[in-house]
Design a binder for this molecule. Structure first.
Ligand SMILES: C=Cc1cc(F)c(CN2CC[C@](CC#N)(n3cc(C(N)=O)c(NC(=O)OC)n3)[C@H](F)C2)cc1O
Length: 308
């Protein structure tokens, strides 16, 4: 080559123009349907089809509703920065961003997991989902959460609706809309936005002190375990159960009544066909004080032992 180049510089191999695979152009992003709706925005199934022949890949796209764009754009940008830096087999993959209107509004592009969340999948596949498979899902969620906590992040919205299936054997934590960094060293995040807080997945300290610890995610994991062991049967959902316990009160009395029954030691019941040792593990996630709760590390160990 050197000899040839000397003679004829025009065949010098030109560097291919740097194409950043994490930048998605709006004009090639084709909406197919909605996947989900949040207060401030939505997640859509799209095809990124630069060749225009429908051979492009399917992606999940999170964007803000125009009316919330102003106040929520910082939150979405933070979520993008968090997800971009997470690499774990049980956490949904970041693919990139799509800037529109000259960078004014940004969209988060993630991998698309067509089996959807456990909340949709489990009730429809109860027959073919064994207890061992449910325990395997619990182990994988715990591993993802152990990794998240090791990076000093709190999830704040761990629930079956936010756990996706890669396939029938692999699950991933799929949404990080409420995730916060535990930057300050007092080890908790002060919960502000109580407008759409998932109160029936919240630990007592979140409800009474508006403080969210790493151990508060363990409480939510216990509720998520309960959902899995009930195959996400909506008639036995955490909300239905707790409302039965506290009576169908209205408005802000609900939280006050919920705090009271939790302080009395009342907890979600053992799901039918849930072995006693598995329920005991849930109860270890629901210790009244955060420091008494089991850790995700120990949950992985104990759940793995049960699966042997
Ligand atoms: C703007 C904020 C906001 C908007 C929202 F709509 C939601 C709620 N949304 C979360 C993402 C969601 C569930 C999860 N995890 N999901 C992701 C995929 C995927 N990556 O494939 C998927 N797949 C699927 O359903 O396949 C059939 N569902 C589902 F869209 C609900 C939360 C929010 O914070």
């Amino acid at each position: 080559i050197d000899m040839l180049e000397e003679k004829n510089p025009s065949i010098k191999p030109q560097p291919t123009p740097e194409v950043d695979p994490t930048i998605f152009e709006k004009r090639f992003l084709r909406k197919i349907r909605d996947l989900g709706e949040g207060h401030y925005g939505k997640v859509e199934l799209c095809r990124y089809d630069p060749r225009g022949d429908r051979t492009g890949e399917l992606v999940a796209v999170k964007s803000l509703k125009p009316e919330n764009r102003e106040e929520q754009s910082t939150n979405l940008s933070r979520e993008i920065d968090i997800l971009k830096a997470l690499y774990h087999q049980n956490i949904v993959k970041y693919k990139g961003i799509c800037q529109e209107e000259g960078g004014q509004a940004v969209k988060l592009i993630m991998e698309y997991l067509p089996l959807g969340s456990l909340k949709e999948y489990l009730p429809r596949n109860k027959g073919k989902t064994s207890l061992s498979t449910l325990l395997s899902y619990c182990i994988q969620i715990s591993k993802g959460m152990e990794y998240l906590g090791s990076r000093n992040y709190i999830h704040r919205d761990l629930a079956a609706r936010n756990v996706l299936l890669e396939n029938e054997g692999i699950v991933k934590i799929g949404d990080f809309g409420l995730t916060k960094s535990l930057k300050d060293n007092d080890g908790y995040y002060t919960v502000k936005d109580d407008v759409d807080s998932p109160v029936f997945w919240y630990a007592p300290e979140c409800l009474t002190l508006c403080k969210f610890y790493l151990a508060s995610d363990v409480w939510s994991f216990g509720v998520t375990m309960y959902e899995l062991l009930t195959y996400c049967d909506s008639s036995k959902s955490p909300m239905t159960c707790f409302l039965d316990m506290i009576g169908r009160t209205h408005g802000q009395m609900t939280i006050i009544r919920l705090v009271k029954v939790l302080q009395e030691g009342k907890r979600l019941p053992r799901p039918e066909n849930c072995p006693e040792p598995v329920y005991e593990l849930m109860r270890r996630c629901w210790e009244q004080t955060p420091e008494m709760r089991i850790t995700f590390k120990d949950l992985v160990t104990k759940l793995t032992t049960m699966l042997q």
